[in-house]
Ligand binder design. Structure first.
Ligand code: ADP
Length: 273
């Protein structure tokens, strides 16, 4: 069962009206720079495709990766940046970032803000310049990261997944991965064909260091302390929608419906031009 928590929704109609007013002034603008509180000083740029920055917030092991995959399949204009995946790639390649990050990741702590900001912000800005929208999974995870992100990109959509702790703890201990590819399995709802082995290579599956019980509990506590305040932060900006439930397959249709609604205005804009 899913409950939608209402938050002050961004007014699509208001934005559409604003678009008309601006085009009457003989100008077009980039949607990326459109925020209701910054309209007066908003630079009017060349016409570009509408781009969005969408965040997925939620507890570790709460299905952010699964929901992100489904969003990408249904909304191909989005490109994904997953900080967890990127960090694991750095760890596999033994880069300087990987070596630094590994000690925090293995014990279930957050990688320091300065490392994360360096890793994400430039790439995110480059990605959005391609004209595609951005889906950020795993960033920001602290208020400091959120503020720096805000200085550089306009976060206009936030999906907050609210999953009970007992579901999370069960799910984390159920998750096994194929380290070379990053493929993820779950014994309860996405089991490998042969127990303990990767479907494609037949190689051994392992449990992530940070999925072991002690680290998993630390990550949940870290979430409460460092990341949960972001829900308020984005609710106050009127861009956050919370989805409650225990199963991604049940939650996702609600997420999709909300995104369809939020993005409908792009189609109106496209037909109008
Ligand atoms: P989960 O959401 O299940 O915790 P992720 O794959 O998103 O897993 O992240 C794995 C680990 O990578 C985190 O526990 C943390 O150590 C590190 N990490 C990822 N994103 C960030 C971030 N934005 N800030 C700090 N640490 C991060």
């Amino acid at each position: 069962m899913i409950h939608l928590i209402s938050s002050p929704a961004r007014s699509c109609l208001g934005t559409a009206i604003l678009r008309k007013q601006l085009s009457r002034r003989g100008s077009t603008f980039s949607r990326t720079s459109l925020r209701s509180d910054a309209v007066a000083s908003m630079p009017l740029a060349e016409d570009k495709p509408h781009t969005h920055t969408l965040l997925i917030l939620g507890k570790p092991g709460g299905g952010k990766g699964t929901i992100s995959g489904k969003i990408l399949a249904d909304f191909p204009s989005f490109q994904l940046m997953s900080t967890g995946d990127e960090l694991r790639q750095h760890v596999r390649n033994q880069t300087a970032i990987g070596v630094e990050a590994m000690k925090y990741m293995d014990e279930g702590s957050l990688v320091p803000d300065n490392v994360m900001i360096k890793l994400v912000i430039n790439d995110a800005m480059e990605a959005i310049k391609t004209g595609r929208s951005l889906l950020l999974d795993g960033f920001p995870r602290t208020l400091e990261q959120a503020k720096v992100l805000d200085q550089n990109l306009n976060v206009d959509l936030v999906v907050n997944l609210s999953i009970p702790n007992e579901t999370i703890v069960g799910r984390i201990s159920d998750r096994w991965i194929h380290p070379a590819s990053g493929r993820v399995y779950s014994y309860s709802y996405k089991p490998p064909k042969v127990k303990g082995l990767d479907d494609e290579t037949g190689e051994l599956l392992v449990q992530r260091e940070d999925d072991k019980p002690e680290s998993a509990l630390r990550r949940l506590q870290m979430y409460e302390d460092a990341t949960a305040p972001l829900v308020n932060y984005y609710e106050e900006k009127g861009v956050c929608q919370t989805f409650r439930g225990t199963m991604s397959d049940v939650i996702y249709p609600e997420v999709k419906a909300w995104l369809d609604d939020q993005l409908a205005e792009d189609k109106v804009g496209a037909y109008a031009s």
